[in-house]
Design a protein. Structure first.
Length: 187
């Protein structure tokens, strides 16, 4: 079989669909990186989610790590055919207020899961994937722990929720330091 035939057959395979909140999540992370670099937003959504008060312009320089992240996220947005309506004025993500404290930003995964009822000891959540970063939250006994982002080594960005699924806290958790023990798993 020729390479062209194989390429054509691969194009016919279904692309894993990412729900709208997944696309919104990728958009938020990519644009938070740009906001931190001083980008001035022109869209209604960009202006309502990010503060243009300290922006520098439309052309900003990213450090090599941030540039790689932006390119990776753009690739994921393209792969999942994300279309974010930037004419609207708000995102429905529950943890954007927490992510503004992060030094290492998470990238949305196409798969989600949850620990329904944390049974392990309480675990600190950090602003980055290192225990040397600031503690910004906790996983406590009984919490619902949501996983929806790509793991970095043994570190996962998680959100903790009350029984009614309201976000309580979030941050990076080292899964190798405290193994997960849950009443049930979902996802």
């Amino acid at each position: 079989m020729s390479i062209r035939c194989i390429a054509f057959l691969l194009m016919l395979l279904p692309v894993p669909a990412l729900a709208q909140d997944g696309c919104d999540d990728l958009w938020f992370t990519r644009n938070l990186i740009m906001d931190r670099a001083g980008y001035c937003f022109g869209t209604a959504l960009g202006q309502s989610v990010f503060d243009n008060g300290d922006c520098l312009g439309k052309s900003v320089a990213l450090d090599p790590h941030s540039n790689r992240l932006v390119q990776e996220i753009r690739g994921l947005e393209q792969y999942h055919r994300c279309k974010v309506d930037t004419g609207r004025r708000q995102l429905t993500l529950d943890d954007t207020h927490l992510r503004r404290f992060l030094v290492d930003l998470p990238i949305r995964d196409e798969f989600e899961g949850a620990c329904l009822g944390w049974l392990s000891e309480p675990v600190p959540l950090y602003s980055g994937h290192s225990s040397g970063t600031a503690r910004i939250g906790m996983i406590r006994t009984g919490d619902i722990v949501g996983y929806a982002h790509l793991q970095v080594g043994s570190w996962s960005y998680v959100t903790t929720h009350s029984s009614d699924w309201r976000v309580k806290s979030g941050g990076w958790y080292d899964r190798s330091a405290t193994p997960e023990n849950c009443r049930k798993h979902a996802g």
